[in-house]
Design a protein around this ligand. Structure first.
Ligand code: NAP
Ligand code: SF4
Length: 652
């Protein structure tokens, strides 16, 4: 289980919760766990978790004991993370005063004494981790954090023995490893995480990576873990549009150069993908982080041949990294229990009830499967011929193919928990009344909002549902009203041609300017992204003055904005819609009237709750409960729907 900061480290009572979170995974066949990053000193902590005193170290004992009690064979290693110039503090330090594009402060250049202190603090942190019961540590030397900034020329401008030649730039990393090994002894796991492809213009060359790998081995590492980016790089490496296991061949090349085991990672989210990586010889160990948030029993299910029961990580980042980078507690869109193991549990129901769930979208599915898992007799009514609701739209968007997995998971859970699934069956007040259910849950979802614009009934106008399902043909000049998640999805769909980069690594490499074969510096230096322009003229509009796409996910929004801009999509903010007629869409921009010629105008203006069934039941004197979009459509997404439904089903 790869390292992932969850925010529990800084939450009140977080160590108890972290202990439960890791122990649940340890009890489910994981081999080794690497914790989220812990800072070794004040200048690296940004107010977050730190291990620089016995008192801080002692708190971790709860975590290590819980893991070892769950399974004594499971190893747990603590990640030592010194963010260097990425620390959110004016005390941030770095080899040189070079500000990262994504950092708030110019770091303070370390002098010789400062360098020695950073080395000593890493070593002390590792020793304390050992005292706290960890089996090892992982030292992170990638991502744009302190150690990696010594390695890369453009962030290390020093002229002393820690800068200049590559031998000098490696010195800091190697001294940390050598001195840590000497301090912790031979029996302690020492993992070093390197950027095997840092995705930086002018980043590390392949020769430098291999040289570092060999030198780390000599310095005493037990394992080398490979990572594939700096946070500031402009290539997505874990978003859902990244093909599965896209980067493991890079680890494979390094593996041939060193004798210690190597770990690979990134977008490995199902057991068969991990098996293929190992069979190809790309790595000795496969690391997954988000997939184990999504399903704590991932490995047990894999071992027992129950892969089809795995709740797959869809790489959306919506409840994990988007939360982490917004200072919120990490969880998981498909599994709200993640990091809430002490708070949200699906225990056997005290009294089995007969429950009707109306609507097989994300909310209805989560409610139905959890209630049934707890022992209730659940009947799930779905008006259409398949379950999935809005997921069925999402899965057809290029780059969002992972949503197929969520629908597959719920289909399997319906079988496993013996839910009476009634497809093509719109529930009516009469039919529900006739069956005498104890509880009726209305999860009928949403209906697209129809904005109040003159001419909205014009034949040029299409709803996003008609476009995504292919019911309406889209012309060559398109205006999209509404630039939320759905507006962007529709734009992605109609601006796209050829295979999806999410399933074809060559397409991904071309679109993002990555050269996996020749591996120029950083894997990207001098490689121009080749993105086919859209074969239609598309304008994406919103009324807000903010930047178009500003409300998208923190860690993935930029990838969508870049992709669409490269395809030539025009994004316009601050408009007022006036009317739609044969000439197109009439708008006011900066108070000036304009006519946008358009042969198709697609409405992506959000949603309203769909409550027809609910209203009919209320009229009949029944007492249904609302969940998901039917409850609240405003800014509703699958994360909120599943979270609400899971909490409700946990206590019914
Ligand atoms: P949304 O995010 O609420 O966006 C609706 C858009 O329509 C806004 O840009 C809004 O912008 C505009 N709008 C609202 N009322 C309007 C009106 N009366 N007339 C004209 N324009 C109007 O809704 P959505 O795009 O349908 O997405 C639904 C939910 O699914 C959201 O929570 C979204 O985050 C989620 N989702 C997420 C993803 C993802 O990848 N993370 C993808 C798809 C959907 P202005 O008011 O500025 O015009
Ligand atoms: Fe995976 Fe999305 Fe869950 Fe994060 S929130 S673990 S990316 S499914």
């Amino acid at each position: 289980m790869g390292s992932m900061h969850t925010g529990l480290e800084e939450t009140e009572g977080g160590f108890e919760r972290m202990a439960a979170y890791f122990a649940e995974r340890a009890a489910n066949n994981i081999g080794m766990i690497i914790t989220g990053g812990i800072a070794p000193n004040e200048e690296s902590s940004s107010g977050g978790a730190m291990m620089s005193s016995d008192e801080e170290a002692e708190k971790h004992r709860m975590v290590t004991s819980a893991v070892h009690n769950a399974d004594p064979d499971v190893k747990i290693c603590m990640q030592i993370l010194h963010p260097g110039p990425l620390a959110y503090t004016p005390n941030a330090v770095a080899p040189s005063a070079v500000k990262s594009r994504i950092a708030p402060f110019v770091p303070n250049e370390l002098d010789k004494a400062g360098i020695n202190k950073q080395i000593d603090d890493h070593v002390r942190c590792a020793v304390m981790a050992k005292q706290a019961g960890y089996d090892g540590v992982e030292i992170i030397g990638s991502a744009g954090y302190l150690i990696s900034t010594f390695l890369v020329q453009k962030t290390n401008l020093r002229e002393d023995e820690y800068g200049g030649s590559y031998e000098n730039r490696m010195r800091f990393a190697l001294e940390i490893v050598e001195q840590t090994r000497a301090a912790v002894g031979e029996d302690f796991i020492l993992i070093f995480r390197i950027a095997a492809m840092d995705m930086l213009e002018g980043g590390m060359s392949w020769d430098e990576i291999v040289t570092l790998g060999k030198a780390l081995e000599k310095a005493g590492v037990t394992i080398i873990s490979t990572h594939f980016t700096w946070h500031e790089s402009a290539v997505p490496t874990i978003a859902t549009m990244v093909p599965r296991a896209a980067f493991t061949s890079v680890t494979g090349r390094l593996r041939k150069e060193v004798n210690v085991p190597v770990i690979t990672s990134n977008r490995i989210n199902m057991p068969d993908i991990a098996e293929q990586v190992l069979e190809r010889g790309d790595a000795d160990l496969v690391s997954m982080a988000r997939p184990l948030l999504a399903d704590s029993a991932f490995m047990r299910k894999a071992v027992e041949g129950r892969e089809d029961e795995i709740n797959t990580c869809i790489a959306c980042n919506q409840a994990c990294l988007d939360h982490t980078f917004s200072g919120k507690l990490t969880s998981c869109l498909v599994n709200p229990r993640a990091c809430h193991e002490t708070l949200l549990n699906y225990l056997p129901a005290e009294q089995a009830k007969k429950i009707a769930v109306v609507g097989g979208g994300p909310a209805g599915l989560a409610y139905a499967t959890i209630a049934a898992e707890r022992g209730h007799a659940v009947t799930l009514f779905e008006a259409s011929s398949e379950i999935g609701g809005q997921f069925n739209l999402a899965k057809t968007i290029p780059g969002k193919e992972e949503f197929y997995e969520t629908v597959r998971y719920f289909n399997r859970m319906i079988e496993v928990h013996g839910i009476d699934l009634r497809l093509n069956t719109p529930a009516t007040a009469a039919s529900l009344k006739a069956e005498d259910f104890d509880d009726i849950i209305i999860a009928t979802g949403i209906k697209p909002r129809t904005p109040d614009i003159e001419g909205i009934d014009h034949p040029k106008v299409a709803s996003y549902i008609d476009v995504i399902t292919g019911k309406k043909t889209v012309g060559k000049k398109v205006a999209i009203i509404g630039a939320g998640g759905i507006g962007f999805d529709v734009c992605e769909l109609i601006s796209h041609s050829g295979p999806s980069g999410a399933v074809d690594r060559d397409v991904f490499a071309a679109e993002w300017g990555v050269d996996f074969e020749n591996h120029p510096r950083g894997g990207v230096t001098g490689v121009e992204p080749k993105v086919a322009k859209a074969d239609r003229e598309i304008t994406l509009l919103q009324r807000k003055e903010s930047r178009v796409g500003a409300g998208l996910g923190k860690t993935t929004g930029w990838t969508h904005r870049i992709t669409l801009a490269r395809r030539g999509v025009n994004m316009v903010n601050g408009v007022e819609y006036v009317k739609i007629d044969d000439d197109g869409l009439h708008i006011l921009q900066n108070g000036q009237p304009e006519v946008m010629e358009a042969d198709t105008i697609i409405i992506c203006a959000g949603q309203d709750p769909l409550r027809d069934t609910y209203d009919a039941l209320i009229a009949e004197g029944l007492k249904p409960e609302l969940v998901g979009g039917a409850y609240e459509a405003k800014e509703l997404d699958a994360k909120a729907a599943i979270n609400q439904a899971s909490h409700m089903a946990a206590v019914v």
